[in-house]
Design a protein around this ligand. Sequence first.
Ligand SMILES: [Fe+2]
Length: 236
Amino acid sequence: MFSLFVRRDGLIDPPPIGELDAHCHILPGIDDGPSTMEGSMDIARILVEMGISRVAATPHVISDVYPNTADGIRAAVEALSAALREEGLALEVLPAAEYYAESAFLTAIRRQDVISFGPEQFVLFESPVDTTPLLLEDIIYHLRSSGYTPLLAHAERYRFLQGNPRMVDHLRELGVRFQVNHPSFSLPKTSRTGEAARWLYIRGLVDALGTDMHRATPPLQPREDTRRGLRLFRQR
Ligand SMILES: [Fe+2]
């Protein structure tokens, strides 16, 4: 039945993104997203045009690069929500974060100082895309035992998961859920990221979709990973 999704060009019709954007760098001035409130509002207008009514604001939390705190993120969400109300834009902004898989994140989990969203208590986190992360299982264990649901950001991007169904199954069994970036479905067959997104979707393993938008670009434009902050981090 899944072959119904496959088009002659080998791609699939992307699933509708739905009303929730589970991964978006919409908050101004606290990571590599927009630097101003006007830039945030430009993203908000695009999301509303896409039919999205709720967005998880997920700024990076990386101790050496973007040391965002739960309180700081909540304050930024309040400021953006006020600006949205003033303009009459019907977009609910949920405080959240995109945590980097590092020891500071483990410490924050132990202190119950992380932000979750949704009824699932999702905590969005990312790890290096090109190496097998050492702290992954520790982080998953501590999130689960604190009552959170680990939500792996842009699961389609990781080398250690691409073409590795045993690792995918292993993480699922540990209780990890997968967020996929919606634009990844439109990447060509030659893209490992695109192929992994389609693989996860066809097998029913996509738990949340996001735009991972960092600035106001046309919706659904394929975007490979150009996160400046993480590149800086890796160079250290
Ligand atoms: Fe992101």
